[in-house]
Design a protein around this ligand. Sequence first.
Ligand SMILES: Cc1cc2nc3c(=O)[nH]c(=O)nc-3n(C[C@H](O)[C@H](O)[C@H](O)COP(=O)(O)OP(=O)(O)OC[C@H]3O[C@@H](n4cnc5c(N)ncnc54)[C@H](O)[C@@H]3O)c2cc1C
Length: 386
Amino acid sequence: MAPTESGDLELIRKTVRELARRYDLEYWREKDKKGEYPWEFVRAFADGGWLGAMIPEEYGGLGLGLTESAVMMQEIAQSGGMSGGSAIHFYVFPPAPILRYGSEAMKREFLPKLAKGEILMAFGVTEPTAGVDTSRIRTKAEKTADGWLVNGQKVWITNAQNAHKILLLARTSPRDENKPLDGMTLFFTDLDRDRITVREIEKLGRAAIDSNELFIDNLEVRDDEVVGEVGQGFRHLIDGLNPERIVVGMEGIGLGRAALDLATTYANERVVFNRPIGRNQAVAHPLADSWIRLEAAELVCMNAAALFDAERACGKEAAAAKFLGAEAGFQACDRAMQTHGGFAYAKEYHVERLWREARLLPNAPFSQEMVLNYVSTKVLGLPRAY
Ligand SMILES: Cc1cc2nc3c(=O)[nH]c(=O)nc-3n(C[C@H](O)[C@H](O)[C@H](O)COP(=O)(O)OP(=O)(O)OC[C@H]3O[C@@H](n4cnc5c(N)ncnc54)[C@H](O)[C@@H]3O)c2cc1C
């Protein structure tokens, strides 16, 4: 049963937990080993309506708030790690600029299909030579008589092996030193494989969810595939970033709790020197400390989500939520590795997968350093160093 009204967090948590846990740790270990996209898992969430969690009901979604969606993502990450988390995340959050700035025709055509899982989308922002300084992207869209011609390169693009559509950020006018974030435009278009070469990147973790380099060669895009205003693409994108940061924080917490569960079970069962290792405070205290940090991070995330749902400013709270969730999540996974001793290295114990997946969170989608830059300059009013 998928709830159609926001507000009943407990029911959402329970329903999502039950659904996610049908896909156990063995399922995810196999997907990770084979690098196979978890279609069955995505289908199950599509059938429950969850892929459209944040899409309004009039466009075929559940119309839930961010608080409910964040709890959903936390439960998914707690069950399937970032393999499960990213599979669903990429249906729920990348469409945000379309929801807010897409034309009515675009919303009517694509949002119901995204909500049902009939189409998969990729999100194309990062470039090899721009990094976290998005203003320096080089992918260029040039105006033609009846649309745009796009050329350039993207990197780390999730889902591009199977995606039907891509939300693509490109420069439509040269970088202006005084307004570096203007002059970029968002397009929602077909991931046309005749014009876009996709090359998968082998990576540390989350092998089930592909990451790719994209080489874009004379991709033709129609005028009606522009999302929002020409030249304002980056600003349209920014609006969707706060919710994503909050949710990434919650995913980190879910992942950390999954690792903590494995670690406490192991610490109770593993007997060395004739006693369970968990009786040693050097083993128990780091786990207790992680439990506290995960609780604290959750409060900050939930506060940020409540502010967002109340349509109040939440930039600094969202940054803090991402920072704390990523940190507490990774630390819990790392401590779970330590608790497992040498067996942490064996795939059989699952904790190594969670640890590999958690290492993503301090770096992406918003690095810890960039969070601290944001807080230093925008919250504390310190001078910008870069
Ligand atoms: C698995 C995975 C999936 C991803 N999926 C997508 C996706 O679907 N779509 C997409 O567009 N992108 C995606 N990304 C890209 C991700 O958002 C970027 O990797 C991330 O934003 C960091 O960019 P970068 O790797 O180029 O780091 P760089 O910009 O090269 O930075 C390197 C390091 O230097 C630090 N640094 C740089 N400048 C400063 C400064 N001024 N002050 C302090 N520190 C600084 C950064 O914080 C970072 O730690 C994904 C990445 C990964 C790993």
